[in-house]
Design a protein around this ligand. Structure first.
Ligand SMILES: *Cc1c(COP(=O)(O)O)cnc(C)c1O
Length: 415
């Protein structure tokens, strides 16, 4: 190959190879530690097209507001850096309103309403504790209820003249039962003039919670929507404006770029026009294929697993029983450490299962995953053990140690 041909070939190579980073197959779906979902082509094109152009960001965000309003039924909206940023900015806005003096003073909240109510069962960790989003703005979290119980009476009693907002979280990470249902939560808050901010980062429902009284909703653009990394903040116009104005205050270190705004609004429009049932059907195909690959392996079972919060898609749950001679954690380890590395969702690994999410699967990856699954089972058979909890804990420690050695992640961690 001559020099020109070689540089053309390398320009066509996988961007990860060109940049010297190991490709991974993302079967977690949308985990942000793997960069979120593989963006849809329309969003990729929009981000690429705007990167070389100038645009007035406030005007662009006003246009985003219009498109978000159309897609969600909200009065207004804007694009944030991510959902976490959107939560911070919404809370900050609830404290400051549109008073620039207060906006520029955060996180000093002296003299402002600065309490945010949240239920114990909603204190999730999605990569960091959500309570830290509250504290970051200068607000104080007022936590009500227990992991398995919270009541309207507790909510009402927690509301005081210092209450700025209440935060409601919808997620499979939330406590599965005993928390206050959304309509009751909204009613108790609204009767006392408290706005309700709803974290719906990974939830497909972009209209229902607003209809049911949410004052602000927050969705991630890089999860189910298929945009670039960003957040979509939608809701009541004066609260959305107050949240948006944080861009000139504590929102500055959470700034979204023009490419994030372009990709998010195009992703939202494309998502809104999509046939959910047809998409669900297409996403089932690789799952059924992999289920078939493992059907005769003793002690290993695959089941279609509908999303636990009712989002319209399925995953494949792989359950590993003792007669296999290895644990689910061993199998996950073999999948992760082989080439290419396959990353799956391991929230329930201590109970002997993990799940494969098809939403970020590349067009040519279905067969690669099938082959790696067969190889990983062989691998786990050779090296595995049958101590379910022990194996899961050991892998968790390994990962934590690797992170603590960053950027020397492949070196042996010493402690
Ligand atoms: C992912 C997630 C977030 C954070 O979303 P980002 O857009 O990545 O900041 C917040 N809350 C919940 C429930 C999530 O699942």
């Amino acid at each position: 190959m001559n020099v020109a041909a070689r540089s053309a070939a390398s320009a066509n190579a996988d961007i990860r190879i060109r940049l010297g980073v190991e490709p991974v197959i993302n079967l977690t779906g949308t985990l942000t530690t793997l960069g979120g979902i593989s963006a849809r082509p329309e969003a990729i094109a929009a981000a690429a097209a705007i990167l070389g152009k100038g645009v007035d960001i406030a005007e662009f965000q006003a246009r985003a507001s219009h498109i978000i309003a159309q897609a969600t039924g909200a009065e207004a909206g804007f694009i944030s850096a991510c959902s976490s940023a959107g939560i911070c900015m919404a809370i900050a806005g609830a404290m400051t309103g549109d008073r620039m003096g207060d906006i520029l003073r955060l996180p000093d909240t002296a003299g402002m309403k600065n309490e945010v109510i949240i239920q114990t069962g909603h204190l999730v960790d999605y990569g960091h504790p959500i309570a830290q989003d509250i504290r970051l703005t200068g607000a104080r979290a007022v936590v009500i209820g227990s992991v398995n119980s919270a009541s309207q009476a507790q909510l009402a009693a927690a509301i005081s003249p210092s209450t700025a907002a209440a935060l409601f979280v919808v997620s499979h990470h939330c406590a599965p039962e005993g928390q206050i249902p959304f309509p009751d939560f909204v009613r108790v808050c609204h009767e006392r003039g408290v706005p309700v901010i709803v974290d719906l980062a990974a939830e497909y429902d972009v209209t229902g919670y607003l209809k049911d009284g949410a004052d602000i909703t927050i969705h991630s653009a890089h999860k189910f929507l298929g945009g670039a990394t960003a957040g979509i903040v939608a809701g009541n116009k004066s609260l959305v404006r107050a949240a948006f104005l944080q861009n000139y205050g504590i929102g500055r270190p959470m700034k979204v770029g023009k490419e994030g705004i372009a990709a998010a609004i195009v992703a939202l429009q494309t998502f809104a026009a999509e046939d959910r049932a047809a998409v669900r059907e297409a996403l089932r195909r690789p799952l059924l294929y992999w289920k078939d690959v493992i059907k005769d392996i003793p002690g290993v079972r695959g089941d279609l697993d509908p999303d636990p919060t009712g989002n319209p898609f399925d995953r494949l749950r792989i359950t590993v029983q003792p007669e296999s001679g290895f644990t689910a954690a061993d199998l996950v380890h073999a999948l992760e450490t082989g080439k290419p590395s396959i990353r799956v969702r391991t929230h329930q690994i201590e109970h002997g299962s993990f799940v494969m999410d098809p939403r970020s699967l590349g067009a040519d990856e279905q067969e690669v995953v099938a082959e790696r699954l067969r190889a990983a089972i062989e691998d786990a058979r050779r090296t595995g053990n049958d101590d379910r909890r022990g194996a899961a804990q050991a892998r968790k420690m390994e990962r934590a140690n690797a992170l603590r050695a960053w950027p020397d992640m492949n070196a042996e961690a010493s402690s």
